[in-house]
Design a binder for this molecule. Structure first.
Ligand code: GLU
Length: 397
């Protein structure tokens, strides 16, 4: 008996695995600061929880339309309208989190052997999801000088006649970079000219830390790019709803139908109660969400300053999301407690095993020499984690 070649090639999600390992050690009584998974430490806002409780009490517990309830799809369409995106509720499919939305989107457009361009650093799961749908990930290295944002010239080099789509993620996980309109326009022109799809992962769009910077969806840059873009978003990050599993795709109607068909035969509708909660998140009071955003900004400023004060470490101030991407290249080649630090995995191992700090090494994101710190955790942990990282560097280098 043999597993499929596809299943044998799939790795567990590195972000989730590292976080699970950190939590396992914590449960065993080890003192660990968990800077790994991007999961807000806040409770889901009260009004959202109450909407879910009401839904249960009202017996809203049966199948719903497999693409999601109309009111929720309408609420999504209305939010998108505020970003200059005209979608009808019929163009939206509510999925089990944005990871599932990406899988749905890739399933709808990928034939075996189709190439999907993924700029690195990338969110780790893109690669495995592409492999799951028998696509071929084509990784494009970006430049630190350009804050790791992909350019048209880099995309041109990766393009072949087999290219089917490219993935773009702004604000970016793991760098926190936010693409400008001009940068997106270049990418949009490329996609339109080459006649390829764009999967635009906008899960961090509500988490931007500058009044002068606003989220722009590539799909808003004209009809030609809109019809070939699948916008992906979810509520996990900005509404602290990671466990509820609510994401969606917004796309051209034909694609939306294909995505809905795929979903109807795989998961059916997402949890009905979670849909009621999501409707409240999008249409109800956003006070708690705005407070979370302010707190993330405060944490970002703090951790970015602390890390930049530590000799040998550097990072670029993230403009969005809740990650700090820290350059550890100056630590490599040295030995710490008998372990030679060859790469960022070794740095992450020493931090976890000897200093009780869980971070994600950048190999998981397709680049070398960085670690990712998630600051979606309490200020107390951020202070303590920063102290431990400082101690690690000062004691050993
Ligand atoms: N997206 C988050 C992260 O990058 C959560 C874990 C995951 O699904 O990868 O940490």
């Amino acid at each position: 008996m043999k597993l499929s070649a596809m299943a044998s090639g799939i790795r567990p999600s590195s972000t989730l695995s590292i976080s699970a390992e950190a939590n396992r050690r914590k449960a065993e009584g080890v003192d660990i600061i968990n800077f790994s998974a991007g999961e807000p430490d806040f409770n889901t806002p009260e009004n959202i929880k109450e909407a879910a409780i009401r839904a249960i009490n009202d017996n809203f517990t049966k199948y719903t339309p497999y693409e999601g309830i109309y009111e929720l799809r309408k609420a999504v369409a209305e939010e998108l309208k505020t970003e200059g995106l005209e979608y009808a509720p019929e163009d939206i499919v509510i999925s089990n989190g944005s990871k599932h939305a990406i899988k749905n989107a890739l399933s709808a457009i990928t034939d075996p052997g189709d190439e999907i361009i993924v700029p690195a650093p990338y969110w780790n799961s893109y690669i495995d999801i592409i492999n799951m749908v028998y696509g071929v990930p084509v990784i494009v290295q970006t430049r630190k000088q350009n804050i790791f944002k992909v350019t048209r010239a880099e995309l041109e080099k990766a393009y072949t006649p087999k290219t089917k789509a490219l993935i773009i993620n702004s604000p970016n996980n793991p760098t926190g970079a936010v693409y400008s309109e001009a940068e997106l326009k270049e990418i949009a022109d490329f996609a339109v000219e080459k006649d390829i799809f764009v999967i635009s992962d906008e899960i961090y769009k509500r988490l931007i830390y500058s009044r002068h910077l606003k989220h722009i969806s590539i799909a808003s840059l004209g009809e030609d790019i809109k019809k070939r873009t699948i916008v992906v978003d979810g509520l996990s990050k900005s509404f602290s709803m990671t466990g509820w599993r609510v994401g969606y795709t917004a796309s051209d109607r034909e694609l939306a139908k294909a995505i809905a068909n795929i979903q109807s035969n795989s998961t059916s509708n997402i949890n009905s109660v979670a849909q009621a909660a999501a409707l409240e998140a999008l249409t109800g009071d956003k006070g708690e969400m705005i407070n979370m955003l302010k707190e993330f900004q405060h944490r970002r400023d703090f951790i970015a300053q602390r890390i930049s004060d530590i000799p040998l470490l550097s990072s670029i101030l993230p403009k969005g999301a809740f990650y700090l991407f820290v350059d550890v290249s100056k630590l490599l080649g040295n030995s710490v407690r008998g372990t030679l630090l060859n790469d960022s995995r070794d740095v992450a191992d020493v931090l976890m095993n000897s200093y009780g700090v869980a971070v994600v090494p950048s190999d998981a994101f397709g680049v070398k020499n960085y670690i990712r710190i998630s600051y979606a955790t309490s200020m107390r942990d951020i202070v303590e984690g920063a102290n431990r990282i400082e101690k690690f560097v000062k004691q050993n280098f």
